[in-house]
Design a protein around this ligand. Sequence first.
Ligand code: ADP
Length: 446
Amino acid sequence: MSEKWLHRIRLVLPALLRLALLGAIAVALGFAFGARAGLWFAVLALGLLFAVHLFYLSVLGDWLERPSLATIPEGAGTWSEVFARLYKMRRASEIDERRLQESEARFRRTISALPEGIALVDAALQIEWCNPVAERHLGLKLQADQGLRLTNLVRDPVFVAYMTSGDFDAPLVFRPLANPSLALSVQVIEFEPSRWIVLTRDVTQSERVDAMRRDFVANVSHELRTPLTVVNGFLETLLDSDAPTDETRRRHMRLMQEQAQRMHRLVEDLLMLSRLESQENPVADEDVDVPQLLRELADEARALSQGRHAIGVEAAAEHVRGSREELRSAFGNLVSNAIRYTPAGGRVTLRWRVADDGARFEVEDTGIGVAPEHIPRLTERFYRVDKSRSRETGGTGLGLAIVKHVLLRHQGRLDVQSQLGRGSVFSAWLPRSRLIVVAAAQRQAA
Ligand code: ADP
């Protein structure tokens, strides 16, 4: 006999036994007091049993309306077994339900924690659910917007056209009208027939890097094209003229040399920048004799100035730990800028001073100065306040970008104070941890 049948028989066995007992009593009564008495007893007993079952049936019906473990009824005989089984079933299904709810809640928590925005929409683009990142990216409020069409809430024409095109092979990158400083990449993935995941990703940073790279390439090409055009022009003139005089030839050669030097400086600065940016090129750990460096830089400044400026030096004795070549290049850029942007008769002072928080290499000039709105941008590549003045004096537009990178590599920074028409102080700050104290420096020198 199958398991199922054994189960059923076990369930109804008490009822069958009770029925058999009643039958036996009825037969006994029939023998003792006559068939009529036995029959009456049987009818009454069966009626009573029927009423009991009807009662429990109605109790069961009631409970099934709102089944809960707390209100499970108690029964007698077969019914107690039925209710016990119902109790077990209900308990198992409540545990399953709770597990399901927990795993759904965990799933939503996981999706909510993702850095990407996720919105679930149906075939009519109505929002079923979205995580907080999608709310932020698309300007949604889940509570208020659930069930509304996404394209009625995010109305940017490019977004609406993309969402309704049905062609989602390539992601869409756009800047939402509501938040133009944000660049969003949108991807749509079908995860069930007629249900879609709208994935949004903040690509502001990579868009900015891309734009910078494009600008940089355009700038470099432009910077190289100008001197190349000049060199080309002179070469053509020399080739075309039948018999240029020695004087003309020399003049043209000199002008071509100037342009070649300009390209050379540009390429040198570009190589320097790329070395500074390279991850595989850690900063050297040398003992840099800054007072000595200042003396050399002052000599170079005098040569560059050719007597047009008064040049002063005030130097503390401390050395620093770092790359001699890089610090020389950074400090040298600040000095040559001071000479180049200070008219004849001005004063340029080189200073090396030590304070509690670190040390500063300062170049103070009485030159043309920089208006406040330009100061934050001076270290950008190719940013110049006055393009023609920078070029005339041999500037590549990369000097302060190099300074900034060198200082960053030495955990330092560049501070600029300037007054238009009065002069500037460009100061390279280095942290105390990079200082080699005087006594030690002197001992090493000895
Ligand atoms: P450049 O090769 O053009 O000098 P830099 O990166 O060295 O490039 O400097 C960027 C710009 O900062 C310069 O074009 C100039 O406008 C401004 N600048 C730099 N140093 C000074 C200074 N000492 N006085 C005034 N302006 C300066």
